[in-house]
Design a protein around this ligand. Structure first.
Ligand code: PLP
Length: 424
């Protein structure tokens, strides 16, 4: 089977531009005519440094990332972001509280610790907006690391939707930790829920304002697919293997004020004394940032692939930057949803209209009849439309509409949806 005969709608790892893969096969053998390949050269070589710098520059251009933000590359995948955000931001929160108490109490370390313990016990809250399987997992990781009593699930979207994900409850129903009580250490949400097909239509208004909390967003599955006002976020992170590149790296966009010298981090000794976790050094933002993401061996080939994909978008969309990709993503998803909505007796889109993801289009065929969905998938495969099976936890059909899915691919899917519905 040739690549050109197939359109792949898998949820991740996901398709990559063919041109990038063709170049990749070359650079694996011989990078820049050095006689050795990109996986064989040092991550500290000038070539590697250039790749890192170019990749950061392309991302900064596409998303208009302000100067007071840093870009980090880590090997921890999207899941590593669930943990690193907790380790780092809790550490900052604790150190702020410790410094304030020390100002009042002076040098008496025992007394400082005693008061700090009380403050942590009573005030440490991490707010999670649970709108799908991935934010649920992130909140569970936070509970595992710092204890469930410190995790405030400000919204659980299943509660108002028959126990299932598929909507984003109105902000008036969220129970965020009140700002006047000191607010949470951070508010976390997953911008696009890959499994459930739920995407935030825009940045939540209740997370804005003068005394806005630190906001963390997991953008693993909608990274570089639409404009983002980066300045509203403390941390944006995501695994590369959907819109950006191949599996192996995660990208973190981090407000520089969360790094030393502006933010101090609690010492390992203090965290241990408070029964709070001390994170692995590879997830420590100050260490990774100080070393330009090269504290340990970074898979430079993976960074190169991401860099090529992003440079391609910079060239294609010019001054429109990521807005150009946003238009294409919107159009592809519009075409697919419009077709699904045309045949309500055959297809049912799972999430509510207001929360529909442009990236992961989740629907059922004939009310979820297992045999009919199997037949639908088999028919799609015959046409070269692959990767449409829904996540094993929810079943059904999921068409992932990442950047590398061409408009032609989306249109072929639309044609198949039409054909199938008419013959059903
Ligand atoms: N967050 C989201 C939104 C995801 O879709 C995924 C993976 O599919 C993850 C996190 C986990 O990423 P990883 O498998 O790289 O740890």
């Amino acid at each position: 089977v040739n690549r050109s005969d197939v359109h792949y709608f898998g949820a991740g790892p996901a398709p990559l531009p063919t041109t990038v893969l063709e170049q990749a096969s070359q650079v694996l053998l011989n990078y820049n005519n050095k006689g050795i390949g990109l996986c064989e050269i040092s991550h500290r070589s000038p070539e590697a440094n250039e790749i890192l710098a170019n990749t950061k520059q392309s991302l900064a251009t596409l998303l208009d990332i302000p100067d007071d933000y840093d870009i980090l590359f880590m090997q921890s995948g999207g899941t590593g972001g669930f943990s690193s955000t907790v380790y780092n931001l809790v550490s900052i929160w604790v150190e702020k509280k410790r410094a304030k108490i020390a100002e009042e109490v002076g040098d008496d370390k025992e007394e400082v610790l005693k008061r700090l313990r009380k403050v942590v016990d009573e005030e440490l809250k991490l707010d999670y907006l649970v709108t799908g399987s991935w934010s649920l997992k992130a909140s569970q990781e936070a509970a595992r690391l710092v204890g469930a009593k410190h995790v405030n699930v400000a919204v659980d979207a299943r509660k108002s939707n028959d126990g299932k994900f598929g909507s984003i409850p109105p902000e008036s129903e969220w129970s965020l930790t009140p700002r006047k009580a000191g607010g949470p250490a951070f508010v976390y949400f997953c911008d696009n829920e890959t499994v459930d097909g739920v995407e935030f239509p825009s940045f939540p208004a209740s997370l804005e304002g003068d005394d806005a909390p630190l906001v963390i967003a997991d953008m693993s599955s909608n990274f570089i697919s639409r404009k983002v006002d980066v300045s509203k976020y403390a941390v944006i992170f995501g695994g590369a293997q959907k819109n950006i590149g191949n599996t192996g790296i995660a990208i973190v966009i981090l407000r520089k004020s969360l790094l030393p010298p502006t933010s101090a981090y609690a010492s390992a000794e203090t965290l241990r004394a408070l029964n709070l976790p001390v994170g692995p050094i590879v997830l420590d933002y100050p260490t990774v940032a100080k070393n330009n993401s090269l504290y340990n061996t970074l898979p430079i080939f993976d960074v190169w692939v991401a860099g090529q994909v992003m440079a391609g978008l910079v060239t294609t969309y010019g001054t429109k930057k990521i807005g150009g990709q946003e238009d294409v993503s919107n159009e592809k998803s519009r075409l697919i949803y419009e077709t699904l909505d045309k045949y309500p007796d055959v297809y049912r889109v799972v999430p509510s209209k207001a929360a529909r993801s442009r990236m992961n289009i989740c629907f059922r065929v004939h009310g979820g009849d297992a045999d009919k969905e199997k037949a639908f998938l088999a028919g799609a495969e015959k046409k070269g439309l692959l990767g449409l099976k829904g996540h094993r936890s929810v079943g059904g059909i999921r068409a992932s509409n990442y950047n590398a899915v061409s408009t032609d691919g989306a249109k072929l899917l639309v044609t198949y949806l039409d054909e199938y519905a008419k013959s059903a």
